[in-house]
Design a protein around this ligand. Sequence first.
Ligand code: TYM
Length: 332
Amino acid sequence: RSRVLSGIQPSAGSFHLGNYLGAVRQWVALQESHDAFYTVVDMHAITVPQDPDTLRANTRLSAAQLLAAGIDPERSALFVQSHVREHAELAWIMNCLTGFGEASRMTQFKDKAAKQGAEGTTVGLFTYPVLQVADILLYQAHQVPVGEDQRQHVELTRDLAERFNARYGETFVVPEAYILKETAKIYDLQEPSAKMSKSAASPKGLVNLMDEPKATARKIKSAVTDTETEIRFDRENKPGVSNLLGIYSNLTGVTVQALEEKYAGKGYGALKTDLAEVVVDFVTPFRDRTLEYLDDPATLDKILASGAEKAREVAAPTLAAAYDKVGFLRPL
Ligand code: TYM
C-alpha cells in the first residue's frame, strides 16, 4: 500500500471550511486505500507566538475535529507532531541541505514575515517549510493531500528528497502533492478573490466549523456576490457566486451545472438561504461530535499516544537510515 501524510496547524483552534474541503475530507477518503499518517503540527504553530495553555487546548481540539471529520484511529496514525521527536531531528539535516535563497523564495514565508514584521519574524518561521519537508519524508509518503497554498512546500520536499538521494544514495520516496481541482482553493466569503484563511481581515468571511451554526448561517447569507442577478459559475467575473456554488457542490455532491440549472431565474437570496441550510446541516453534527470527543480527554490522549507509537515505528528507521547516510557515527 502506498502512504499518505498530511498535517494541520492547531493554532486557530477551530478548523475552517477551506481546511475541511481542501484537505481533511481527502484525508478521510485516502485512509481507505493508503497507509495514512495525519499529524497536528504543534511545532509549526510555535513559529509565531502562542499562549501555552491555548496551544495545548487547541491541539486536543484539532485532534477531536479530525476524529469528528471521520479519521479512524484504527486505520490511520493520528498523532501530535511534538510527540515524535524524529521530526525535529530530520528537519536539522534538511536545513543543512536547503539553500538560503531557496528558503527565501517560499511565498508563505514572505507573506507571514510581512505580517510579523522584521523583529517578529523568527528563524523558526523561515525554516518552517523545512520542518514540513521532514514531516513528509520521515514516513516515505507517496502522496500529500493539501490545498493549493501548500503546493510550493511539497515541491520543496520533492527537491530536497531528490537532492538527498543524489548526494547520499536512494533514501527517500519523492512525494507528490494530492490536490483536487474542485477544492484546491476555497475563497473568503467577504473577499472572494482571496483564499479563506484564519488570518482573514474580517471574521465575516471565514466559516469556522466550531462556530455556532446560527452565526455561520448569517455569514453565508451576507456573503459578497456581485451586482448582476444571474447564478452562473464564472471564477473571473463572478468570484463570490462561484465560490458559493463551489462550496454548495462540494458539500452536497450535486454538480455545479445542476446547481446552475436549479437556480436558473432565481435570485442570490434563494441560493444563499439554501446554502446556509446545507452548511448548517454539515457543521451541526460535526461540532457535536467534536465536543463529545473533547468531553473525554483521557480517551483522546490515548488515541494520540497510540498514533504517535505507530508513527514512531516508521519515523525511527527512516531517521536512522538518514543518520547513517550523512555519516553520523552510531552511538554504542
Ligand atoms: P494549514 O494548517 O494552514 O491548513 C491545513 C490544510 O488546509 C488547507 N487549506 C485550504 N484548502 C483549500 N482552500 C483554503 N482556503 C484552504 N486553507 C487551508 C491547506 O492547504 C492544508 O492542506 N504547512 C501546513 C501544515 C503542515 C503540513 C505538513 C501539510 C505541516 N506539515 C506536512 C502537509 C504535509 C499548514 O500550515 O496547513
